[in-house]
Design a protein around this ligand. Structure first.
Ligand SMILES: NC(=O)c1ccc[n+]([C@@H]2O[C@H](COP(=O)([O-])OP(=O)(O)OC[C@H]3O[C@@H](n4cnc5c(N)ncnc54)[C@H](OP(=O)(O)O)[C@@H]3O)[C@@H](O)[C@H]2O)c1
Length: 256
């Protein structure tokens, strides 16, 4: 008698993405048999790097919309692999997962840790970063992205070098030069940027990304102080994986 193996049901994983880690996780899971992987992107970047598997783009319409999407597309597992500073979607994910009874994991790379020689000024928000700047320097390298530039728009005495993936729109600081670029960045490149623009203070979010960490080394070497915006918390009760491999293990253990 011929033997036949009956495949199990396909399980659906939804990854809320927009990060390198989300793309890595999608690539790992999309290669596994029996898994359907969908990545969701907010649609902020004009030409995003697309992950493996299926991709949907655009907001869900709050936690209720996301809960409806989870049910309508029979999602078995939800991974919040968004940027550590994308706080709204993370809370949306926590509420939607609870409503739709879908297990949720947050994938969060660890934050950066100051080392010897670093002069870091931790602040709780972009508004606090703006308030700290006049006491720290006059030529600012702002690497917090094009969203939120309004917080710095009143600092008319300071000059800003703003680096972002897409061009910023007003309101933004009046004295500003823009560099359109996205990581990974090299240490040599960051050293040169600080030198060429005579930067005397750097502003960054604590994204923890390896691809953007060389600016911290360059700042340390040049004795440039760094204003570091701290992360919003992960919603209470949501388990956290520090990397894509750990998140993939969690999915496997859950789905067998
Ligand atoms: N914040 C940063 O510094 C940063 C840096 C790099 C990449 N990113 C990525 O860019 C995206 C937007 O960041 P943000 O700070 O604007 O987020 P946010 O403030 O947390 O989200 C605002 C709204 O955008 C929608 N949204 C966010 N992420 C989504 C996703 N992955 N799929 C579908 N809808 C999403 C949701 O709309 P609805 O309420 O309509 O569902 C959410 O309420 C995130 O996915 C994040 O991973 C953010």
């Amino acid at each position: 008698m011929p033997s036949s193996s009956v495949p199990g049901p396909v399980r659906h994983v939804l990854i809320l993405g927009g990060t390198t880690e989300a793309r890595r996780l999608a690539a790992t899971l999309a290669a596994e048999p029996g898994l359907r992987v969908t990545s969701s992107l907010a649609g902020r970047v004009a030409a995003p790097r697309l992950p493996a598997g299926e991709v949907r783009i655009g907001g869900f319409g709050g936690p209720e919309g996301l809960a409806r999407w989870l049910r309508a597309h029979a999602v078995d597992v939800l991974i919040d692999a968004t940027h550590p500073f994308a706080g709204t979607i993370s809370f949306s994910a926590a509420r939607a997962a609870a409503t739709a009874h879908v297990p949720l994991l947050a994938l969060r790379r660890p934050g950066w840790v100051a080392g010897p020689g670093d002069v870091w000024h931790p602040v709780a928000s972009l508004a606090e970063a703006a308030a700290a700047l006049p006491g720290l320097g006059g030529r600012v390298f702002l690497t917090t992205g094009r969203m939120g530039l309004a917080h710095f728009a009143h600092l008319t005495d300071l000059w800003f070098l703003v680096r972002s993936v897409d061009a910023p729109e007003p309101p933004h600081p009046p004295r500003m030069t823009t560099v359109l670029d996205r990581g990974p960045f090299t240490l040599d490149g960051e050293r040169e940027l600080l030198r060429a623009h005579r930067i005397d203070v750097l502003v960054t979010k604590d994204s923890g990304a390896a691809a953007t960490a060389p600016k911290l080394t360059a700042a340390r070497e040049a004795g440039v102080p760094v204003v570091v915006v701290q992360r919003p918390p992960v919603p209470e009760g949501v388990p956290v994986a520090a990397g894509p491999a750990e998140a993939a293990d969690w999915v496997r253990s859950l789905l067998g």
